[in-house]
Design a protein around this ligand. Sequence first.
Ligand code: FAD
Length: 286
Amino acid sequence: MIVALGADLAPEATPGFVEGGYEFYSLPGATRLYPVLDIFTSGTILLSIFGKPYKCPPAPYEAAFQLHDFYRDKGIRDKINIKMLIPAPVPLPVAPGAAEEVKKRFAERDIELLTKHKVTALDPAAKQAMISEQNPMAYDLFIGVPIHRPPQVIRDSVLGKGGWVRVNKNNLATDFENVYAIGDVTHIPVGELAVPKAGAFAEDGAKVVVADIVYKITGVDRRSIFEANGTCYLEFGDGNVAEISASYLGEEVPKVSLVQPSVKSREGKQSFENDRLNRWFRRVQG
Ligand SMILES: Cc1cc2nc3c(=O)[nH]c(=O)nc-3n(C[C@H](O)[C@H](O)[C@H](O)COP(=O)(O)OP(=O)(O)OC[C@H]3O[C@@H](n4cnc5c(N)ncnc54)[C@H](O)[C@@H]3O)c2cc1C
């Protein structure tokens, strides 16, 4: 059995957020947010990551760049303040090169980055965000990346014991015979960090698990050790894409390389996406 139940979003874990905020991490959330963005014409947008772990570390930064482009193209960017609040001291702590690019390009676009700002609650009536060890901050539109939790069924089971599923780093086997776990439902520590919750690493894990199972059934040994290899793309707006390749559990840990943002790199992202759409759904986008 391969457990791949992902991570659940817990917007209710941040008091006031369900009533007073928006999110784009679920389809219903993004569908609810879009028309609000469209009619928003002036004021302050707070974009916040509530805590870790959260899926796809670059995604919230991409959202900030997209907000900038969206309102610039509407001709009202100068009427809108975009502030991004993150609990961490730096964005993307495992990818310093990408973090520097984010900071530089935020500054160029007048997107304010507030590090060590952990939003703990919203006061929807007063339109204020409560921030740990800081003064409350006013907002007109609040967008947050909800707290992530292991699915309830996992928390309730012996697999999760109240948390994420722990696995053998090498082959992603759990403590239970013939039971593996891959993807967002797992917690795989890497020093102070952990293998990020991203599809690229779920996919890499799946390959390792399949080889392990094939070996058990047929004796054909094509097994490899899980290195948590994956490539993520970070959109900086205007079609500029950076490629971040990481190996979290290889010899030098974690090893992260960055291909600087360019319009050319977008082709890599497009072909990555087309490849998966084609393999999984026999569908290719133009
Ligand atoms: C905005 C955003 C952008 C992202 N961008 C990227 C990116 O560019 N690159 C990248 O690599 N990753 C990206 N990710 C992360 C990526 O989507 C996840 O890491 C990946 O989908 C994890 O795969 P998974 O199989 O572990 O979990 P999931 O894809 O979440 O699949 C888990 C499945 O299990 C089902 N399930 C859960 N509980 C039960 C149950 N009790 N019974 C039956 N079914 C159940 C769920 O409905 C779901 O279909 C992004 C995520 C977000 C939110």
